[in-house]
Design a protein. Structure first.
Length: 186
Protein backbone atom coordinates (compact mmCIF):
# COMPACT_ATOMS: atom_id res chain seq x y z
CA UNK A 1 0.00 0.00 0.00
CA UNK A 2 1.46 3.36 -1.01
CA UNK A 3 -0.21 5.37 1.78
CA UNK A 4 1.61 3.63 4.62
CA UNK A 5 5.03 5.00 3.59
CA UNK A 6 3.50 8.49 3.27
CA UNK A 7 1.95 8.26 6.73
CA UNK A 8 5.27 7.07 8.17
CA UNK A 9 7.16 9.89 6.43
CA UNK A 10 4.68 12.45 7.79
CA UNK A 11 4.97 10.93 11.25
CA UNK A 12 8.77 11.08 11.20
CA UNK A 13 8.81 14.58 9.74
CA UNK A 14 6.31 15.78 12.32
CA UNK A 15 8.21 14.21 15.21
CA UNK A 16 11.61 15.52 14.20
CA UNK A 17 13.44 12.29 15.03
CA UNK A 18 13.65 10.23 18.20
CA UNK A 19 13.28 12.64 21.14
CA UNK A 20 14.49 11.73 24.59
CA UNK A 21 11.79 11.46 27.27
CA UNK A 22 11.84 14.48 29.51
CA UNK A 23 9.84 17.18 31.22
CA UNK A 24 8.01 18.01 28.00
CA UNK A 25 6.55 14.51 27.79
CA UNK A 26 2.80 14.04 27.33
CA UNK A 27 0.73 11.29 28.94
CA UNK A 28 -0.20 8.24 26.89
CA UNK A 29 -2.35 5.30 27.89
CA UNK A 30 -0.60 1.94 27.71
CA UNK A 31 -2.44 -1.29 28.50
CA UNK A 32 -0.45 -4.52 28.82
CA UNK A 33 -2.39 -7.59 27.71
CA UNK A 34 -5.01 -8.49 30.32
CA UNK A 35 -4.19 -5.48 32.51
CA UNK A 36 -6.05 -2.27 33.26
CA UNK A 37 -4.86 0.81 31.33
CA UNK A 38 -1.86 2.56 32.85
CA UNK A 39 -0.57 6.07 32.20
CA UNK A 40 2.99 6.56 31.09
CA UNK A 41 4.89 9.62 29.82
CA UNK A 42 5.83 9.77 26.14
CA UNK A 43 8.23 12.37 24.79
CA UNK A 44 6.85 15.09 22.56
CA UNK A 45 9.27 16.73 20.15
CA UNK A 46 9.07 20.48 19.63
CA UNK A 47 7.09 21.35 16.51
CA UNK A 48 9.26 22.65 13.64
CA UNK A 49 8.20 26.03 12.18
CA UNK A 50 6.99 24.42 8.93
CA UNK A 51 4.84 21.98 10.90
CA UNK A 52 3.39 24.93 12.84
CA UNK A 53 2.41 26.51 9.50
CA UNK A 54 0.75 23.22 8.48
CA UNK A 55 -1.18 23.21 11.77
CA UNK A 56 -2.39 26.76 11.15
CA UNK A 57 -3.49 25.78 7.64
CA UNK A 58 -5.28 22.67 8.96
CA UNK A 59 -7.13 24.73 11.59
CA UNK A 60 -8.23 27.30 9.00
CA UNK A 61 -9.26 24.53 6.59
CA UNK A 62 -11.46 22.81 9.18
CA UNK A 63 -12.93 26.19 10.14
CA UNK A 64 -13.94 26.76 6.49
CA UNK A 65 -15.66 23.35 6.45
CA UNK A 66 -17.46 24.14 9.71
CA UNK A 67 -18.60 27.51 8.29
CA UNK A 68 -20.12 25.52 5.38
CA UNK A 69 -18.37 27.83 2.91
CA UNK A 70 -17.59 25.86 -0.27
CA UNK A 71 -15.70 28.73 -1.90
CA UNK A 72 -13.49 29.11 1.15
CA UNK A 73 -12.85 25.34 1.38
CA UNK A 74 -11.95 25.22 -2.33
CA UNK A 75 -9.56 28.18 -1.92
CA UNK A 76 -7.23 25.94 0.11
CA UNK A 77 -6.70 23.67 -2.92
CA UNK A 78 -4.20 24.10 -5.71
CA UNK A 79 -5.73 24.60 -9.16
CA UNK A 80 -4.42 21.14 -10.16
CA UNK A 81 -5.19 19.39 -6.85
CA UNK A 82 -6.04 15.68 -6.78
CA UNK A 83 -8.72 14.72 -4.25
CA UNK A 84 -9.75 11.13 -3.50
CA UNK A 85 -12.83 10.28 -1.45
CA UNK A 86 -13.52 6.71 -0.33
CA UNK A 87 -17.33 7.00 -0.35
CA UNK A 88 -17.66 7.10 -4.13
CA UNK A 89 -14.13 5.88 -4.82
CA UNK A 90 -13.41 8.68 -7.27
CA UNK A 91 -10.36 10.85 -7.86
CA UNK A 92 -11.17 14.47 -8.65
CA UNK A 93 -8.70 16.28 -10.90
CA UNK A 94 -8.39 19.98 -10.17
CA UNK A 95 -10.01 22.43 -7.79
CA UNK A 96 -13.26 22.79 -9.79
CA UNK A 97 -13.82 19.03 -9.98
CA UNK A 98 -12.97 18.60 -6.28
CA UNK A 99 -15.46 21.35 -5.50
CA UNK A 100 -18.24 19.61 -7.47
CA UNK A 101 -17.47 15.99 -6.53
CA UNK A 102 -16.33 16.27 -2.91
CA UNK A 103 -16.84 19.67 -1.28
CA UNK A 104 -20.36 20.33 -2.58
CA UNK A 105 -21.33 16.70 -1.95
CA UNK A 106 -20.50 16.96 1.77
CA UNK A 107 -22.04 20.42 2.17
CA UNK A 108 -25.24 19.29 0.42
CA UNK A 109 -25.50 15.95 2.25
CA UNK A 110 -24.82 17.30 5.74
CA UNK A 111 -25.54 21.05 5.63
CA UNK A 112 -25.06 21.37 9.40
CA UNK A 113 -21.97 19.12 9.42
CA UNK A 114 -19.36 19.65 12.11
CA UNK A 115 -15.82 18.39 11.57
CA UNK A 116 -13.82 17.76 14.73
CA UNK A 117 -10.21 16.66 15.13
CA UNK A 118 -9.69 13.42 17.01
CA UNK A 119 -6.36 13.54 18.80
CA UNK A 120 -3.30 15.30 17.45
CA UNK A 121 -2.61 15.53 13.72
CA UNK A 122 0.68 14.40 12.19
CA UNK A 123 2.32 17.52 10.77
CA UNK A 124 5.25 18.44 8.55
CA UNK A 125 6.03 21.26 6.16
CA UNK A 126 5.02 19.12 3.20
CA UNK A 127 1.67 17.95 4.53
CA UNK A 128 -0.40 16.58 7.35
CA UNK A 129 -2.72 13.77 8.27
CA UNK A 130 -5.47 13.83 10.81
CA UNK A 131 -8.28 11.75 12.22
CA UNK A 132 -11.70 13.38 12.35
CA UNK A 133 -15.33 12.90 13.27
CA UNK A 134 -18.18 14.28 11.16
CA UNK A 135 -21.52 14.81 12.90
CA UNK A 136 -24.74 16.32 11.62
CA UNK A 137 -28.09 15.52 10.04
CA UNK A 138 -28.06 13.83 6.62
CA UNK A 139 -30.57 16.00 4.74
CA UNK A 140 -29.14 15.92 1.22
CA UNK A 141 -27.94 13.31 -1.24
CA UNK A 142 -24.38 12.01 -1.29
CA UNK A 143 -25.07 10.73 -4.81
CA UNK A 144 -28.20 10.03 -6.86
CA UNK A 145 -28.39 6.56 -5.32
CA UNK A 146 -27.35 7.58 -1.76
CA UNK A 147 -30.20 9.77 -0.59
CA UNK A 148 -30.40 11.68 2.66
CA UNK A 149 -33.34 10.74 4.87
CA UNK A 150 -32.91 13.13 7.79
CA UNK A 151 -30.93 10.79 10.06
CA UNK A 152 -28.33 11.98 12.51
CA UNK A 153 -24.88 10.79 11.51
CA UNK A 154 -21.63 10.52 13.43
CA UNK A 155 -18.69 8.72 11.83
CA UNK A 156 -14.90 8.74 11.92
CA UNK A 157 -12.29 9.00 9.23
CA UNK A 158 -8.78 10.05 8.35
CA UNK A 159 -7.49 12.54 5.80
CA UNK A 160 -4.01 12.63 4.30
CA UNK A 161 -2.87 15.89 2.71
CA UNK A 162 0.22 16.80 0.68
CA UNK A 163 0.98 20.49 0.27
CA UNK A 164 2.63 22.40 -2.55
CA UNK A 165 3.30 26.13 -2.26
CA UNK A 166 0.98 26.37 0.75
CA UNK A 167 -1.99 24.78 -1.04
CA UNK A 168 -3.49 21.29 -0.95
CA UNK A 169 -1.97 19.41 -3.91
CA UNK A 170 -3.29 15.98 -2.90
CA UNK A 171 -5.97 14.94 -0.42
CA UNK A 172 -7.27 11.46 0.36
CA UNK A 173 -10.29 10.94 2.63
CA UNK A 174 -10.84 7.49 4.11
CA UNK A 175 -13.66 6.78 6.53
CA UNK A 176 -15.97 4.19 7.97
CA UNK A 177 -18.41 3.92 5.05
CA UNK A 178 -20.22 1.06 6.78
CA UNK A 179 -21.03 3.26 9.80
CA UNK A 180 -22.29 6.01 7.48
CA UNK A 181 -24.41 3.57 5.43
CA UNK A 182 -25.93 2.05 8.57
CA UNK A 183 -26.71 5.43 10.14
CA UNK A 184 -28.07 6.85 6.85
CA UNK A 185 -30.30 3.81 6.32
CA UNK A 186 -28.90 2.78 2.93
Amino acid sequence: MRLLPLALMLLLAGCGGDPEPGADAAPAAVAPTGAAPATQRVAVAPMPADAAASRALLNAYLQAWNEHDGDKVASFMAADALVFDSLLGNLSHGRAEARANVIDMYLRAVPDGKWELRGEPVLSGSGFSYEWTLTGVNLGNWASYLRGKGQKINFKGITIVRLKDGKIAYQANYFDTNALATQAGW
